[in-house]
Write a protein that binds this ligand. Sequence first.
Ligand SMILES: Cc1cc2nc3c(=O)[nH]c(=O)nc-3n(C[C@H](O)[C@H](O)[C@H](O)COP(=O)(O)O)c2cc1C
Length: 169
Amino acid sequence: MDVLQAIFTRRSIRKFTGEPISNENMETLLRAGFSAPSAHNMQPWHFVVLKNPATLEYIAEAHPYAKMLPQAGCCIIVCGDEEVQKTKGLMVQDCSAAIQNILLAAHGIGLGAVWCGLYPAPELTKLLSVTIKLPEKIEPIGMIVVGHKTEDRATAERYDSGKIHYDQW
Ligand SMILES: Cc1cc2nc3c(=O)[nH]c(=O)nc-3n(C[C@H](O)[C@H](O)[C@H](O)COP(=O)(O)O)c2cc1C
């Protein structure tokens, strides 16, 4: 898929078949994450792929907006290393860029995906840190629920000339 087509047609997908993602597709998604820009090129990210059904059920029960997780059968937790990117705001932006890359890659190869928030909700970052045994210096930033989709969503037109400012506000 052409990059602009992917950007313009990507939507959050929350309905899945449950069919597992191939290893080849997962590698493509992870490669997309690793290809993101990062401040000073520090690449502070780590990616934790979760497929264990009991773990997915446990997270979905605790997370108020991730009930689709067990049905998808897979998620990628994008985490940041606070010792690698020491300015928190930069680390969060770096990881967010990786998340968006993965969302676009998933769409580009015909999978469905949705970004489920973790950071900065302390109850959710704590839940993930404990559940997936993250080291102290590693913070979970976002969760990408990804799988084979059963829905296609219409393109959203959000262009708003009223929010564009030239030379000054
Ligand atoms: C930081 C962030 C956190 C989000 N958290 C959730 C979430 O927990 N659950 C969910 O279903 N969608 C979540 N979303 C997806 C948004 O609801 C979605 O992107 C928005 O409604 C626009 O729809 P679209 O992605 O289809 O364009 C999140 C998106 C972002 C950027």
